[in-house]
Design a protein around this ligand. Sequence first.
Ligand code: COA
Ligand code: AMP
Length: 628
Amino acid sequence: MAPNEGYDAAVARWRKDPDAYWLEAARGLDWSRAPSRAFDGSMGLFGRWFPDGVLNTCHNALDRHVAAGRGAQTAIIYDSPVTGTIRRFSYAEMLDRVSRLAGALAARGVAKGDRVLLYMPMVPEAAIAMLACARLGAIHSVVFGGFAAAEVAARIDDATPKAIISASCGIEPGRIVAYKPLLDAAIGMAAHKPDFCFILQREAQRCDLVAGRDVDYAEAEAAGAPHPCVDVAATDPLYILYTSGTTGKPKGIVRDHGGHAVVLHASMRMIYGLGAGDVFWTASDVGWVVGHSYIVYAPLLAGCTSVLFEGKPVGTPDAGTFWRVCAEHGVRVLFTAPTAIRAIRKEDPEGALIRKYDLSKLEALYLAGERCDPPTAIWSAEKLGVPVVDHWWQTETGWPITAGFRGFGLFEPRPGSGGKPTPGYDLRALDAEGHEVPRGTQGALVLKLPLPPGCAPTLWNAEQRYREAYLSTFPGYYDTSDAGMVDEEGFAWVMGRTDDIINVAGHRLSTGAIEEVLAAHPDVAECAVVGMADALKGQAPLGLVVLKAGARREEAELARELVALVRERIGPVAAFKEARVVARLPKTRSGKILRGTIRKIADGERYSVPPTIDDPLILEEIAGVLAG
Ligand code: COA
Ligand code: AMP
């Protein structure tokens, strides 16, 4: 971003000479070997960024700031209402801890290119472990704590980690989640076994360690000899993050070092308007891409102070927690999911708790993870008195596709829009034949290739799946699988997914994965899962099941079993609470289940009877069951 540059000027500068634009952005970082060119279109699926650059992401996130004399500045504020803890970690302290943990991992054989799986609650050690891997050039893969053992096992088998870093427990409001038994079960189920595990013992609930495999995290870190940064190619993988695909098998999104560091660093000033020393709080979880990018990497690359919050928007202890954290730590920009705001609004509709705190430092609220409904955006702006900025992105892109840009001067508020494309993204809306639709018309939202730096260059062990999932529908474009439009003024309006992915409380879930679990129940012949509208979580999964011939089951009891099965196989995060028994499922004559029509019936929307349906009466039957 050039000084005083506006949005249109930045877009024009990028379009005129993308290589010069990105090489300029790359100069914001330290490189062991600076890239001589920005892009090589002959590499990978659609080209690779900074092909001859060499750097280390951890050096740029920590060492660089300490070397510049800012070691005493706070890097991370750990605020944990669930344990009653607030702790500040300076850049110097983070550097010391990260380099020791890197040393402890290296002493046990972890080296550049090895995978390390992290299954951690929201504790500072999660960020320390991510950065320690980055320091070694090892590839981390963080698994969200709300996933069950089978999901962890699937990730262990795909990533084949040399080591696992985990904790004895996580803390959810009103219950302790024992991570260690889940981890032990996952390792038991997986064909691949890690060489060793570091286990963080937490006071809330300690756990037994497996002799010969488990090592106490704190002891290992304390005894580790500080390890220097290992040079990696900009195109080497920094992490794998698994996300839901349309089948039960998750996709391992690969992020590379160089492009990721360049765009995240640049995004802090351009999108959020923040620089070194500013306090930024992303209320999400390190298990999601939002947490990777905006709790850990981007704020530290930019020298900010990042708040790492272990709690919920409500219930820890009340709907004023977010405002207490903002006031207490002088947060300038807060980033969260609309669901969190809806949860707060439900408990404090008048915003009385907002007025209890001094929010004079708060300058903006950013929202992402799901479409922000206009009432939520309007309520937040009114009650907080700051601009509310919705921005749209995906695990695959790693940073916002569209946004409002504090660095360029914010656009006028347009509740319901995700803003304009970030320079670097060439956003288009296409019809089913792949032709661009006129501005203001709905279409498939796609990005003209190449994708900008930072976006996933491939899927772990699954290059062909990347090609099929993202590049094959519209040749020359990356298919976001979101539908929406770009209006006359260039604002994007993202309406929802075109595939079988649903968004529950900002968490991305595959209906296919839930269907696989329901179908495994001995009494279920076939099933369909759809995302029905939910006032708090945006969407909630609804399962319709058809019983096997001869199975006589009481519906409520079967539903309880199915709910328990999804919780056991996928985890509590699936938030699967409702299953109904139906006699038949509506299908096209070719046998495709009409999930879109089921969803409309569940939401009480008007639906048209699809001409290809084999038996229209089924729709009335389903409406009757759901109404009953
Ligand atoms: N470890 C273990 N379990 C977890 C977990 C974790 N890290 N995170 C969530 N869970 C559990 C919850 O305890 C809950 O279990 P339950 O069924 O026993 O109650 C279940 O998973 C569903 O969680 P969630 O969908 O988050 O619902 P909730 O009722 O606990 O909380 C909100 C509702 C709105 C407060 C919560 O969803 C929230 O804070 N959302 C913000 C979303 C967000 O940050 N998204 C990230 C993308 S930006
Ligand atoms: P995830 O990969 O978990 O970040 O989920 C990405 C998906 O969430 C996107 O493809 C969208 O469907 C949805 N999403 C995320 N942010 C937004 C937003 N600001 N507006 C609309 N949809 C969003």
